[in-house]
Structure formats: structure tokens, C-alpha cells
Design a protein around this ligand. Structure first.
Ligand code: 13P
Ligand code: SF4
Length: 308
């Protein structure tokens, strides 16, 4: 065990903290977490934590969601600047103006918001979804309502096709999933015949249409578990997901689908959290996600959408 890992374990025990980590965190962070998961699992697990402190190894909207669902807990995020291109693409005042314009034009709609968004945007929404429960929630939107889906246009397009519901799509995208190269995927498929391609629904249509499986990170794990014989998987999602796949199902081989501009597909926001920052936040009790006045309305929407 390296010094820093034992230091973190020690500090965690002394400060009665629980570490939650997303599958897009470095393997060294995932391996010392109490719970690893996708956005949905982590939001739900956060509500079951008994310790007074949660260290959320993920990005800001995830830690904020954990705080909103657990106001009495101290929620620490190792690096407060760990953002998300999707959350950035949809500022709450801009969404409020757009909703107002739709209402003035007599449109009857409900706003379905991907969890990768700020609390302010969640507060303006009827529903919050993750890649793990989106289809289920969309079926709860009355047929007579249009759906305004924000902020991921690729996920929105995928969900519109999967559910047959017409959607007004916000123009946001994930900087990691948007840049997978379809040319490289097709070339890789030729060199690894019989390989199964796994794509996250945040990927654009040209990647999804060449994939055998489309689903969020938790769904990928469930799918890969069904392959009993050693199989090759081409993985079109954030590179650290391969660490989780490899550690749960080492009988298979996992190859990353390359991006147009880089080969690794690492989320720069997730990468802000390091072992040193996890140690420091446990030692100092900061940075902390503070409670904000708009959280109450976001809490109602989150509880209705994720916990029921
Ligand atoms: P899931 O955790 O729902 O698979 O989503 C991936 C993601 O992009 C989180 O930022
Ligand atoms: Fe946001 Fe994409 Fe990073 Fe997920 S992988 S946190 S969607 S930028």
C-alpha cells in the first residue's frame, strides 16, 4: 500500500467519511472508494450513507446532487473546479428565457433535464434523468406534452428514437463523447473481428449506429456480465471505465475507441481529482458544497425523479 493510500484510509476512518467515486475516476481513486457507480447509483447510495461526511470523487453536479439529497451531510469535492461541459452549456437564466418563449408561443411542454446540469437548471425542470433511468422517466411525461430535453442533444436524440417521443433539444454536448472518431472505430473493428462495441448514449449518432450496445456505464457492466466466454470489447466512453470493466470482468479484453483529437478520451474535469486532493480535502474538511437557497426546489425534482 503506498503512503498516500494509507494516509487517506487513516484520515477517512478518523473523520468518519464515506468515499463515493464515479467510474470515470482514475483506478487508484476507484479502488479506495467505499462505493463506485454511475450517476444514478451514486445519487441513490449517497442517501444511504450513515457517516456525517461524504467525499464525492466525481464532478461538481454529482457532489451538488448528493448535497441536495442530503442537506444534513457535509459533502466534500476534492476539486471544486471539476465541472462538466454539459452543465456549462445550459445556464439557468438562458433556460428560463427559452421556456418563457415556448410558453408565450402556446407550447405545452415538460422539461426533462439530464442530471449533468446545475441545481439552478434542475430547479426549472419537471424531471431529472440519468442515462440509467431516462427511458422510464420519459414514459411518465403525459403524451399531450412536448418534451424539452436539456442539455445533451445526443442523449436527447437517442432517447427520442428509443421512446418515439418528439423532443425539443438543447444544443449541448459532452466534450469527451462528442469526439469519438467513427473512422477509427471502423478501422478498429476490422482489426478485431467479432469485437462488441459499447457506446455511451452521450455519443453522437454516427458512433451509436456502429455499436452493438448503447447504454450508460452501469448498464455496460450488466451487459458485459452476460458474456461468459472471453470476448473483445471496444469501449466508446471515458477511458477510466475500462479500469472498472477490467477489475470486474478480467476474462475479457477492452480496447478504447479513439477520439478525433486524442487517443485517450479522458474527461479533464474528472481528472482534476487526484489522490493528493482526496487526502487534502479529508485533512482540511474543504472544499465543501455549501447549501444554497435554490436547492429546495431542485430537491423536490430530484426526489421525485431518482428516488421514486
Ligand atoms: P453515467 O454515470 O450515467 O453513465 O454518465 C456518464 C457521465 O457522463 C457522467 O458524467
Ligand atoms: Fe461532463 Fe462529459 Fe466529463 Fe461526463 S465525461 S463529466 S458528461 S464532460
Amino acid at each position: 500500500m503506498t503512503d498516500i493510500v494509507s494516509e487517506i484510509r487513516d484520515l477517512k476512518a478518523r473523520s468518519n467519511a464515506t468515499i463515493l467515486a464515479h467510474y470515470y475516476q482514475d483506478g487508484e481513486i476507484q479502488s479506495l472508494a467505499d462505493v463506485t457507480g454511475d450517476s444514478l447509483k451514486l445519487a441513490r447510495e449517497a442517501t444511504k450513507v450513515h457517516n456525517p461526511t461524504i467525499v464525492f470523487c466525481g464532478v461538481h453536479f454529482m457532489a451538488e446532487t448528493a448535497k441536495i439529497l442530503n442537506p444534513e451531510k457535509r459533502v466534500l469535492l476534492p476539486d471544486l473546479k471539476a465541472g462538466c461541459s454539459l452543465a456549462e452549456s445550459c445556464p439557468a437564466p438562458k433556460l428560463a428565457r427559452y421556456q418563457e418563449m415556448l410558453r408565450e408561443n402556446g407550447r405545452k411542454f415538460q422539461t426533462v433535464t439530464y442530471i449533468n446540469s446545475t441545481a439552478g437548471v434542475k430547479a426549472l425542470s419537471d424531471w431529472v434523468v440519468t442515462s440509467g433511468n431516462a427511458e422510464q422517466i420519459i414514459r411518465r411525461v403525459p403524451q399531450e406534452c412536448e418534451i424539452l430535453f436539456v442539455p445533451d442533444r445526443h442523449l436527447g436524440q437517442y432517447l427520442s428514437e428509443a421512446t418515439g417521443r418528439k423532443m425539443i433539444l438543447w444544443d449541448g454536448a459532452c466534450i469527451v463523447h462528442e469526439i469519438f472518431s467513427v473512422g477509427d472505430l471502423l478501422a478498429l473493428k476490422k482489426t478485431v473481428p467479432g469485437a462488441i462495441t459499447l457506446a455511451h448514449p452521450e455519443c453522437p449518432a454516427n458512433i451509436r449506429e456502429h455499436s452493438e450496445f448503447i447504454g450508460g456505464t452501469e448498464a455496460m457492466l450488466r451487459y458485459v456480465a452476460t458474456f461468459t466466454k472471453p470476448t473483445d470489447f471496444l469501449v466508446a466512453t471515458e477511458a477510466n471505465m475500462m479500469w472498472q470493466l477490467q477489475s470486474k470482468f478480467p476474462r475479457h479484453r477492452y480496447l478504447p475507441v479513439a477520439g478525433i483529437t486524442c487517443a485517450c478520451n479522458k474527461c479533464p474535469h474528472m481528472a482534476r481529482n487526484t489522490l493528493e486532493k482526496v487526502r487534502d480535502c479529508l485533512a482540511n474538511g474543504t472544499p465543501e458544497i455549501g447549501w444554497q437557497s435554490g436547492f429546495d426546489r431542485a430537491r423536490e425534482v430530484l426526489q421525485r425523479s431518482l428516488l421514486n
